[in-house]
Design a protein around this ligand. Structure first.
Ligand code: AMP
Length: 141
């Protein structure tokens, strides 16, 4: 299927929709998930039109994983934990709801996720901003 340029993450990348950003570089953007399954639930997306892992140009794999490592380390510091979960859903049949590739990062264990159902409950924006600041501070340490 053709990439849907009107998907919400494409709009965030074009600056047409807001996000609570924690990190950005030439190839990737990391921002808070608005329906977090744990405090600190962050999304990392590539700055390229790719719906799933299978459309991602090879040159973006390295940059995506570099950002996952950076943000993951910041989550470890900000939440004082050694445990960080990463998951990625490619395709509707896998449960993907936003058709722009994204990696989920959570300073949590699979047993303690807030909602086992994915994308279920909107978080308080002010609380999300406070958590984002903790992550940004940890990134800058
Ligand atoms: P997936 O089901 O893997 O496609 O994940 C989509 C994720 O995007 C879910 O965890 C949603 O909570 C999250 N989400 C949807 N819209 C937004 C948005 N505007 N800003 C941040 N996160 C979003």
């Amino acid at each position: 299927m053709a990439y849907d340029k009107q998907n919400i993450f494409a709009k965030i990348l074009r600056g047409e929709m807001p996000c609570i950003k924690v990190y950005e570089d030439k190839y990737t953007l990391a921002f808070m998930d608005i329906m977090p399954q744990a405090d600190g639930h962050t999304l990392v997306i590539p700055k390229v039109e790719a719906e799933t892992l299978f459309e991602l140009p090879n040159s973006y794999y390295g940059p995506c994983f570099e950002t996952l490592k950076k943000v993951g380390n910041a989550l470890k510091k900000a939440f004082n934990t050694e445990g960080v979960m990463m998951f990625q859903l490619s395709g509707e049949q896998a449960g993907q709801t936003v058709p722009h590739l994204h990696f989920h990062l959570l300073p949590s264990s699979i047993q303690t996720l807030r909602n086992t159902r994915h994308a279920a409950e909107m978080a308080d924006q002010e609380k999300l901003k406070e958590i984002a600041q903790r992550i940004v501070d940890a990134l800058e340490e």
